[in-house]
Design a protein around this ligand. Sequence first.
Ligand code: NAP
Length: 337
Amino acid sequence: MKAVVYRDNGGPEVLQLVDRELPVPGHGEVRVRVAVSGINPTDWQARAGQGMAFAEITPHLDGAGVIDAVGAGVDVSRVGQRVWLFMAAAGRPTGTAAEFTVVPSDQAVPLPDDAGFDVGAALGVPALTAHRALTVAEDGPRRLRPGALADKVVLAAGGAGAVGHAVIQLARWAGATVISTVSSPEKARLATAAGAHHVVDYRRGDPAAEILALAAEGVDIVAEVALGANLALDLSVLRPRGTLSTYANNGDQPVELNVLQHMVRNTRMQFIVLYTAGPEVRAAAVADVAAAVRDGALPVGQEHGLPLVRFPLHRTADAHRAIEAGQVGKVLVDVRS
Ligand SMILES: NC(=O)c1ccc[n+]([C@@H]2O[C@H](COP(=O)([O-])OP(=O)(O)OC[C@H]3O[C@@H](n4cnc5c(N)ncnc54)[C@H](OP(=O)(O)O)[C@@H]3O)[C@@H](O)[C@H]2O)c1
């Protein structure tokens, strides 16, 4: 099979297209013929320099395809099932930038017939992170379903980003009023297309006043991508006992915490990363995201606020260059030609 691999950390040029033996699924695993591989910033960050846990690594956590073989202990009726994959390359050398990959069977989630492989490949990291951001508030909910966030106001920072997009879609599906911040009119169009009720350009005027004019009692949950840059804004719009869910500090601005004001508000400050969230949290997120997919609530593409930017497998290095340069939308690698 064709696979993209790297044997050392470095720039995109360390990625090579090679021929490898078909992987064999072990106990509790499935082998998936990959159709589309989804890229996230964490994939290029892992390639660029976090050490090599294996002599050779095929990158990419997310993807979608069809199960073509199962290991011992897995129901053989899963062969032929369309699936989306998450965390394929987490703690394993076999990511989705290859014609076939092997994952534990619970990391291959059934994909409904009416959901394309592009949708499947875009779910993993963004949707599961968004789910976590929306389910850590003191008063719940812990699970998402239609109506679970009714009467809540969610602020999706950077709603034109991949995670921001998923926050908007999942929050909308769960019944929240959704406000999103963006940096430009074009990104405002994307956040609106994703389903945001209100969009605020954080580079113009007084974004805090604009948000409070939309949500007089304040915001219940902020899903934050740039904590240092936005902490003052978040503090001024969060309602008492509100939740600040942080999944990144884009821009690397230092975080200066006004402890007294957060105490006065009883702010809940939650930091988020999928790897250490624990199996129960992850299983709940997968189940709820799968339900949202079945409801058709997580579409992708320009018209749904997430433009798709595609590369063939042999140009995976260019796909990494694009996402590293801050490409707007979802970067996908077409594995099945
Ligand atoms: N903790 C986790 O488990 C986890 C999971 C997924 C991703 N991440 C991290 O989250 C970040 C975003 O990932 P992604 O895939 O969504 O990337 P992306 O598609 O490139 O989106 C990044 C977004 O950040 C926004 N942004 C940057 N500075 C901002 C600011 N000051 N205020 C509001 N928005 C701001 C940008 O929008 P504007 O141009 O509108 O500012 C952009 O849309 C990355 O750093 C990634 O590594 C963490």
